[in-house]
Design a protein around this ligand. Sequence first.
Ligand SMILES: [Zn+2]
Length: 324
Amino acid sequence: MPAVSTGYLAIDLGPTRLAAGVLDPTGEVVVRDRVATPARNVWPALTQLVRRVLAANPTDVEPSSCGVTCPGPIDRGTGAMKPVGMPNWHDFPLRREIADVTGLDVSIDTAGRGLALAELWCGEAAVLQRADFATLVLGDDVDGALVVGGRLAEGLTGNLGQFGHMIVEPDGAPCACGAAGCLTAYAGARGIEASTSRELRRTPVAIVERTGIMTARACASIAAMLDVADIVLGGIVPSVLGEPFFDALERELDQRSGLVHLADLRVRGVGAGPLVAAAAVARHAALDTAGDDAGNDVAAVDGPCDVTADDTADVTADDAPPAG
Ligand SMILES: [Zn+2]
């Protein structure tokens, strides 16, 4: 084994927290840190966080590229975010700024699309010749993705997967996008907390069940529209709400999905954590850039990733386990 292995710098940006870490080529987090997202001056806080993580990084894993997951949609031309309901984040040249700070190639994608790439790298899909599945990340807000024949589907603007704005309750709660009854208002942590005025882990049972029901409605629609029978959940909401959420989801799904060709529809959780998803964005870009031949080489040295464990735990760089 070489003394220095090539890894990834991973950054996850969300409205409530900023997280960064270094992952080794197998997707193992070797150092990580996080801070609450400040209401103002987000970019200086992010720069400090990234510098701290790089300084704490053990010398035997050197990031060769950087992957960022953030709320979408994303402007693919400029590498800037245009997240719904967060106008003060619009048009910040995220890709260029992080490249300036780190000196690395930076790739950006949304949380749901990052989870899909992580699933292709580390999850059940990694061993399949051609995988067809969707992801649904119930984080601060809701995001998703579609994989067809082992490839992440892009859509017209490279933002395919904004499933958070699927309407699950006509005339329901208002959404920042201007519509009403969007999934993100019922199954995103921010929407749930706004409706209960409590922290997520103190969500009343009735609202936990409602979250499961709304998520099941969305999953039934996704499966029917996109012809997928495998939906991978991610994000803090299923992790925190746990079994009662999944029980309600399963019950509702039985009612809502009667299509014969999708009789095997399953919704499984919880996929890779956000830093693995962000690293998967960097890895995907590196494979793309390297082209087919070199891409095979990258895959060969990359090795299988066996990390599906949640990396959302509140661990600082000091607490992080040693490499390997
Ligand atoms: Zn909406």
